[in-house]
Design a protein around this ligand. Structure first.
Ligand SMILES: Nc1ncnc2c1ncn2[C@@H]1O[C@H](COP(=O)(O)OP(=O)(O)OP(=O)(O)O)[C@@H](O)[C@H]1O
Length: 259
């Protein structure tokens, strides 16, 4: 399997529904190859909408998204899908697919038309199942898995795509704390550029090399977690009281209360 990373830049992007007000406005950010960006912000801030612009799900009405300096809309959807894998909250849970089938779906952007799966497709799928410790579940129905196992399979499908960038929307949703830590640890070890939304601010600080704070469709901070995740910025974005607490090894945690 190839290990590749890409640099992504968003330059002044704005998007909203037709004839509606923009949901995200004038967003500029950059993610260096191999970095992990966590996007945080309150419900409805526009995080999923921003992700859609970054993975070519919707075209920004203003501004550009670039992959290694090349406009994302100057490359076709197939090439975009070969370079960017997306893990969304909706899962193919109702469909009668085995775990192996779901992981194999990651190979679709590499397949020529309706051709059969190639030896390479089979080999990559087998490697990913092994690497993500899913081999013993390969023949299980996806729908029969636990939430934590499902999330692991969806990351495996993304990895089978051999992408340079993985974009995830709330990958820790509905997972208990151990499974949240496991999935973030797994993502850290993939050696890819990663952009993810996360609701847990302290987990985001531990996981990400950089964070972006979105508030009412605008970016209010972007940079290193220690610089960006200040109590003032978090209080203002989430409309709560936030304060720093020093824990055991002198690292900082934010605690929250209603104001
Ligand atoms: N296609 C659309 N047409 C109209 N409104 C939309 C569309 N997509 C999103 N919205 C609205 O834009 C706002 C931001 O939605 P979005 O899903 O991007 O927020 P979010 O920050 O991901 O929220 P959450 O944390 O609750 O998942 C919401 O009010 C949503 O209803």
């Amino acid at each position: 399997m190839q290990e590749k990373c890409v640099r992504l830049e968003a330059d002044g992007i704005t998007w909203g529904p037709h004839q509606g007000k923009p949901i995200i406005r004038d967003i500029s950010l950059s993610v260096a190859a191999g970095d992990r960006l966590a996007i945080i912000g309150p419900n409805g801030a526009g995080k999923s909408t921003l992700l859609r612009c970054l993975y070519r799900g919707v075209r920004p009405q203003r501004g550009l998204v670039r992959l290694d300096g090349i406009d994302l809309w100057s490359i076709g959807p197939r090439e975009a899908a070969q370079r960017i894998a997306v893990v969304l909250q909706e899962t193919p849970g109702d469909f009668p697919f085995s775990v192996r089938d779901v992981v194999m779906m990651g190979r679709i952007p590499h397949r020529r038309g309706m051709a059969r799966w190639s030896e390479e497709d089979h080999a990559v799928t087998a490697t990913v199942l092994l690497r993500l410790e899913l081999k013993h579940l390969a023949l299980r129905q996806f729908a029969s898995l636990s939430g934590g196992e499902k999330q692991r399979v969806l990351v495996a499908r993304a990895l089978a795509q051999e992408p340079e960038l993985i974009i995830l929307d709330e990958p820790t949703n509905h997972l208990d704390i151990r499974h949240q830590l496991e999935i973030l640890d797994l993502l850290k070890g993939l050696g890819r550029t990663i952009i993810t939304t996360l609701h847990d601010i302290n987990l985001a600080a531990d996981f990400a090399t950089h964070v972006a704070v979105l508030d009412s469709g605008r970016l209010t901070g972007h940079g290193l977690p220690t610089d960006v995740l200040t109590p003032e910025r978090i209080s203002s974005a989430f409309r709560v009281e936030a304060s720093h607490q020093v824990v055991g090894d002198a690292s900082h945690r934010l605690t929250f209360s209603l104001r």
